[in-house]
Design a binder for this molecule. Structure first.
Ligand code: PLP
Length: 377
């Protein structure tokens, strides 16, 4: 099997599975219980939380575990207005966000929050001129992706921070850091809130986090037993946290070597495909995350290509996993102004340091062979 859909999810590593099974076998008690078993589980929880906080360069109170980034994003974007009831009710985001943000924004619009959706340039980057024009006295929150999950486009955060600091320093910033964590070096503490999921960096599914600045207020989405400093109730997912912590340690320890490795994978794949597939369009420009390569081949149907590759044991996707299920066309490529004839023939290839060059060679050979027989589409 050749798995090149690592932006949708990644497989857990053996290290992560071992860490989790130790917890499942030996520390299965509820960390909130007041007996010895509970205290033992709580001690493990503290160790993992401190490890994750250290990796994020913050104090443990600023890390709130959730079930994943969708919940983190919902918590920040929906709860913000209760946390800051006197702030202006205007939020700025972009047209190319993940549905976890866009669908929350639709909900907020129905609840009297004004939303501005920033357009993007043809390379997928947010138009900074539009950002300058969009900021007004009522603006309280800006929520943007750090790395786009379909194209790998990186948001120019230094520019964005300096624009907002100049025009309205009171505005809070939420980042969707899902495709960046453990992959791209970034000082997440520059933002007021950041959302993460463990399963994009070889951790388990069902666990994620919000990183918040010490002075950033947060209002819970889920009320109950008061876990996570009362910000997120529900019995602690200790095995998930253990896996998340291990996955983060392993990715942070190897962030430079992994980056170099996937950078080579992307360039190798890109070069082979460009050379051998006439008319191929690159939707990921040169300065995008090396973990994601988005291409379009006119005359092919992305979904059919995915099925044919699957029959050879190769797994890629057309766009994001959510979009593939909905069968709707990519809102990201549409916002970039990509012509429909290209959007139909789109493939997202997303790498992991655990791939090998031989796997990529095999994938390229099969895709090239397939496009030579375009009549199969
Ligand atoms: N944001 C981005 C950029 C993503 O890629 C994803 C997952 O695909 C999410 C948010 C949502 O994460 P999860 O499905 O883990 O809640």
């Amino acid at each position: 099997m050749i798995y090149l859909d690592n932006a949708a999810t990644t497989n857990t590593t053996e290290n992560v599975r071992l860490e989790m099974s130790n917890i499942i076998e030996n520390y299965w008690a509820n960390p909130s219980s007041s007996h010895k078993l509970g205290h033992d589980a709580k001690r493990e929880y503290e160790i993992y939380k401190i490890n994750i906080s250290k990796l994020l360069n913050t104090q443990k109170e600023n890390v709130i575990f959730t079930s994943g980034a969708t919940e983190s994003i919902n918590t920040v974007l929906k709860g913000f207005w209760n946390a800051y009831p006197r702030h202006g009710r205007h939020l700025i985001t972009s047209k190319t966000e993940h549905p976890a943000t866009l669908e929350v924004c639709k909900f907020l619009e129905k609840n009297n929050i004004e939303i501005t959706y920033l357009p993007v340039e043809s390379n997928g980057k947010i138009s900074l001129k539009f950002l300058r024009d969009a900021i007004k006295p009522q603006t309280s929150l800006i929520s943007l992706l750090l790395v786009n999950n379909e194209t790998g486009t990186l948001t120019d955060f230094n520019e964005i921070f300096s624009i907002k600091n100049k025009l309205n320093p009171e505005i809070k910033i939420h980042l969707d850091g899902v495709q960046a964590l453990g992959k791209i070096k970034f000082d997440y503490n520059k933002a007021d809130y950041v959302s993460f999921s463990a399963h994009k960096l070889h951790g388990p599914k069902g666990i994620g986090a919000i990183l918040k600045k010490s002075d950033a207020k947060l209002f819970p989405l889920i009320h109950g037993g008061g876990q996570e400093e009362k910000y997120r109730s529900g019995t602690t997912n200790l095995a998930g946290i253990a896996g998340f912590s291990k996955a983060m340690s392993d990715s942070f320890d190897n962030i430079d070597t992994n980056f170099k490795r996937v950078f080579e994978f992307k360039n190798f794949t890109k070069a082979l495909l460009i050379k051998n597939i006439p008319g191929l369009r690159l939707n990921s420009s040169d300065d995008t995350s090396p973990y994601i390569l988005n291409i379009s081949i006119p005359g092919i149907m992305g979904e059919v290509a995915v099925r044919i590759l699957e029959s050879k044991g190769i797994y890629v996707s057309t766009s994001s996993a959510c979009k593939s299920k909905n069968k709707s066309k990519s809102h990201v490529l549409s916002a970039m102004g990509v012509d429909d004839k290209y959007i139909k023939g789109t493939l997202r290839i997303s790498f992991s340091p655990y791939n090998t060059k031989d796997e990529l060679k095999y994938f390229c050979e099969n895709l090239i062979m397939m496009t030579k027989k375009r009549n199969v589409f």
